[in-house]
Design a protein around this ligand. Structure first.
Ligand code: FES
Length: 322
């Protein structure tokens, strides 16, 4: 969970590549010699360096007990920075790509009494690894709500519609119509000691976050691979942050995060997801009016904490413990 260093990458072969839904392509990676890969746990991701030079994070969706392969599935994002598009369009079986060792910011807690999984679209990938892990260990006390636009858009829908998942997995298609969106409130209104894992579009995660204010923050887990730049709004403006511990002040430009600006100034910080979902960059907020954009802090915690990878000042300056 260190911030500055890019993860070391090692070359892996693409041993399988196939479309598993509309615009979603699955890639299986193996070592050239067929040997074991670094171990991973359910919910982990790897970074992949794609042909246009971008390095992007993708969740592993296979069972962590499989030691010889990593499997990812990604959606071709035509409006993105080009990393996923490049991989979906150009990578093929037999290609060799640099891949990092797995890292997990979305760890499945083994101590949970039960699990509620909510996956939106391609957010199914880390959740699928969790479901496969739980099933292979005979722990079926979970419910998965998999929300997608249509069956055609839903990767792994056939597997998750199999008889063994009856009563455990709910697939819902809304045709992109807000009036047909799945009502999550009946599921979330009582926490019942379960742990909740949610991965999907930012809007889905934000509404799940809003509906779970009464859950213990320890039981809530969100995964977002949205780049920090995607959390910037057109109306954002520069603001000043005073650093109580190291002294001095920095000006955060309108198109950069506090974290990025601190990093550029050589101030040491911890971070991991850099999308407001893992909790690593939590920093004491000593003064100021923050615009909280994370999926981690409760309303109470927001009074004196800030996630510096995504959150900004609403008005005036901020003072943080950095
Ligand atoms: S680095 Fe994960 S919430 Fe900020």
């Amino acid at each position: 969970m260190i911030e500055n260093a890019a993860p070391p990458l090692f070359p892996l072969n693409i041993s399988r590549a196939e479309f598993v839904a509309k615009d979603i392509r699955l890639f299986e990676f193996r070592r050239n010699d067929g040997g074991e890969l670094p171990v991973f746990t359910a919910g982990a991701h790897v970074s992949v360096c794609v042909s246009n030079g971008d390095t992007r994070k993708y969740s592993l969706c296979n069972n962590p007990s499989e030691r010889e392969r990593y499997v990812i599935a990604l959606k071709r994002e035509s409006g993105g920075r080009g990393g996923s598009k490049s991989l979906v369009d150009t990578a093929n079986t037999g290609d060799v790509l640099p891949v990092s060792a797995p890292k997990n910011d979305f760890e499945l807690k083994d101590i949970a009494a039960g699990y509620v999984f909510i996956a939106g679209g391609i957010g199914i990938t880390p959740v699928l690894s969790m479901v496969r892990h739980l099933r292979s260990h005979g722990r079926a006390k979970f419910k998965l709500y998999y929300l997608s636009r249509s069956r055609e858009d839903a990767a792994f829908a056939d597997e998750l519609s199999a008889p063994e998942f009856r009563g455990v997995v709910k697939l819902h298609y809304d045709s992109g119509n807000p009036a047909q969106m799945f009502d999550l409130w009946p599921i979330l209104q009582q926490a019942r000691g379960a742990h909740l894992y949610c991965c999907g579009p930012r809007g889905l995660m934000q509404s799940v976050r809003d509906m779970t204010g009464h859950w213990s923050s320890e039981a809530l887990h969100f995964e977002s691979f949205v780049e920090a730049s995607a959390t910037h709004l057109i109306e954002d403006s520069a603001f000043v942050v005073h650093l109580a511990r190291s002294g001095g002040s920095i000006e955060v430009p309108k198109d950069k995060s506090i974290l990025e600006t601190l990093r550029e100034q050589g101030v040491k910080t911890l971070s991991s997801c850099e999308s407001g979902s893992c909790g690593t960059c939590r920093t004491l907020l000593l003064a100021g009016d923050a615009d909280h954009r994370d999926l981690v802090l409760t309303d109470e915690e927001r009074a004196n904490h800030i996630m510096i990878c995504v959150s900004r000042a609403r008005t005036g300056d901020l003072t943080i413990d950095a």
